[in-house]
Design a binder for this molecule. Structure first.
Ligand SMILES: Cc1cc2nc3c(=O)[nH]c(=O)nc-3n(C[C@H](O)[C@H](O)[C@H](O)COP(=O)(O)O)c2cc1C
Length: 259
């Protein structure tokens, strides 16, 4: 193993230098389990503010979530202004989880930065050489994910992949506008999960909310048609009576299948 640049290590494999990032050891599964198991949807928070460093750290951890093609199709709006916060609480149908939250964060998925971020990916590739395949991949993505007017490109691409897919395995999308939206929503939801687990690890709690008036949230955040709210997350310190009932999960056989 040797260092080619200060920033990253490489290791020789089959006579070639490969990027080297070994799996860290000594991470406690028990602590992770504690975070996961103690996360509950909290509907009532205390008045204790969340320190800015904690909020920032949680947002930073949210941004580390895995994301399709590394394209980070999300935005997080931390709604701070009291008047805007009040409007957001109203848009959240006055839910107690929103009303009592110390912080209200809206996660928004975006489908309009695919091209920009693909270029950024090539420009900011963290190694001296952008591998040819990687460069081609990011050059193609903007075309792959462009549905075209009335999904016209999407339909052509779908027809082509249906035919090509008879011969060999092929990606079958995302092509249509709704498929591209789902593409963005998947990654954004993963970032939301990182966010709520990060708050829990810091001793705070959250409530994910999709019970809101989307039109009002869109208006408040001045979202374009290419951005849509995934969920509003209320965060704060759990009140003693902040969890309303024990966690309900059905038997694992309903969900876990070995085939
Ligand atoms: C996408 C999503 C939307 C949700 N929307 C709301 C909501 O609007 N209001 C609410 O009180 N809880 C909401 N929840 C919380 C769920 O009701 C809660 O996760 C579920 O009942 C399981 O409870 P637990 O989170 O304590 O395990 C939402 C959760 C998710 C994942």
């Amino acid at each position: 193993m040797k260092s080619t640049e200060q920033k990253f290590k490489t290791i020789e494999v089959d006579g070639k230098q490969r990027y080297y990032e070994p799996a860290p050891k000594g991470i406690s599964a028990a602590n992770f389990r504690k975070v996961v198991e103690s996360r509950r949807s909290v509907r009532k928070f205390t008045d204790k503010p969340i320190p800015k460093e904690v909020l920032d750290d949680c947002l930073d951890m949210a941004l580390l979530a895995p994301c399709s093609s590394g394209l980070q199709p999300w935005d997080f709006y931390v709604v701070k202004t009291p008047a805007k916060k009040a409007k957001l609480v109203t848009a959240c149908l006055g839910q107690l989880a929103a009303k009592t939250a110390q912080e209200l964060i809206v996660c928004v998925a975006r489908v309009d930065r695919v091209s920009e971020f693909s270029k950024k990916m090539i420009k900011e590739w963290p190694m001296p050489e952008v591998p040819t395949l990687v460069r081609r991949y990011y050059q193609l993505i903007p075309y792959n994910y462009a549905p075209g007017p009335l999904n016209s490109f999407a339909m052509m691409k779908k027809a082509a992949s249906n035919v090509g897919g008879l011969i060999a395995p092929l990606p079958r999308g995302p092509y249509t506008r709704s498929e591209v939206e789902l593409w963005a929503a998947k990654s954004a939801a993963l970032a939301c999960e990182n966010l709520v687990l990060a708050f829990r690890a810091h001793g705070f709690d959250t409530c994910m909310m999709e019970g809101y008036d989307e039109a009002r949230v869109r208006k408040l955040l001045k979202l374009s048609d290419d951005a849509f709210p995934i969920m509003v997350i209320g965060a704060g310190e759990r009140a003693d009576d902040g969890v309303f009932w024990p966690q309900i999960r059905f038997e694992r056989e309903l969900f876990v299948h070995e085939i």
